[in-house]
Design a protein around this ligand. Structure first.
Ligand SMILES: Cc1cc2nc3c(=O)[nH]c(=O)nc-3n(C[C@H](O)[C@H](O)[C@H](O)COP(=O)(O)O)c2cc1C
Length: 204
């Protein structure tokens, strides 16, 4: 998608881990400190979303969504996140990995975000055409398994995932284990480079 170079850019950041000293959340904090001029990052909180339940889903009880899903009809935390997601020019996700899969909080988030809004006669899919940059921390493969699984899901939903990515083992000395903060310049640079590539993808 083409953007004017002077136009302010808003990124939505999300992390697949909820714990206070999460290294994935630490990577998002580092990204927020490395933003190019004119770029803002909002961190989307996903820990208070209800577990996806079709009975709480105003977009309809079938797989395609049939009812009029006004933003006000969504559970409040879901409505907040869907609004932030819709307003964002691009999305930066620190995915993480659990059991070779996308961590549960993020998978739950994806279920809520994948459901359609009905605006007039148009069924709007928030993920379609949205640009993502992915990074994360995990075990020996540095979160790559979760990141790749997440990439496949959002790709199937019509999102675009940029090629550059960052994986880092959570036990690496690049993190302060007490806080999850990124304390290594090389990792900060890799995160800054990913953020730059993500911004260019929606600005150019
Ligand atoms: C239930 C569970 C499953 C996990 N599965 C994997 C895994 O399959 N591969 C891996 O590399 N790390 C795995 N890990 C390690 C996590 O990626 C690690 O705890 C990481 O620190 C989580 O990110 P955080 O620092 O943001 O909390 C697992 C951890 C938990 C709690």
């Amino acid at each position: 998608m083409s953007r004017d170079s002077g136009r302010p850019i808003t990124l939505l950041g999300m992390a697949g881990a909820l714990r206070r000293a999460s290294t994935n959340r630490g990577m998002l904090r580092a990204a927020a400190e490395l933003l190019p001029a004119g770029v803002g990052l909002t961190v989307g909180e996903i820990g208070d979303l209800p577990l996806y339940d079709m009975d709480l889903d105003p977009s309809g009880g079938d797989a395609t969504g049939s009812a009029n899903a006004d933003v006000a009809d969504w559970p409040t935390p879901v409505a907040r996140l869907r609004r932030q997601f819709d307003a964002a020019d691009a999305v930066l996700v620190a995915v993480g990995v659990n059991n070779l899969a996308v961590p549960a909080p993020l998978l739950n988030t994806l279920a809520w975000l994948s459901r359609p809004d009905l605006r007039g006669d148009e069924r709007v899919r928030l993920l379609r055409g949205k640009t993502f940059g992915l990074m994360g921390s995990g075990g020996a493969r540095g979160g790559a398994d979760g990141r790749e699984a997440f990439s496949m899901s959002v790709g199937a939903l019509g999102a675009v995932v940029i090629e550059e990515s960052v994986d880092e083992p959570f036990f690496s000395e690049a993190f302060d284990p007490a806080t999850g903060d990124v304390i290594d310049d090389a990792l900060r640079q890799r995160i800054g480079s990913l953020v730059g590539a993500l911004v260019r993808a929606v600005r150019d």
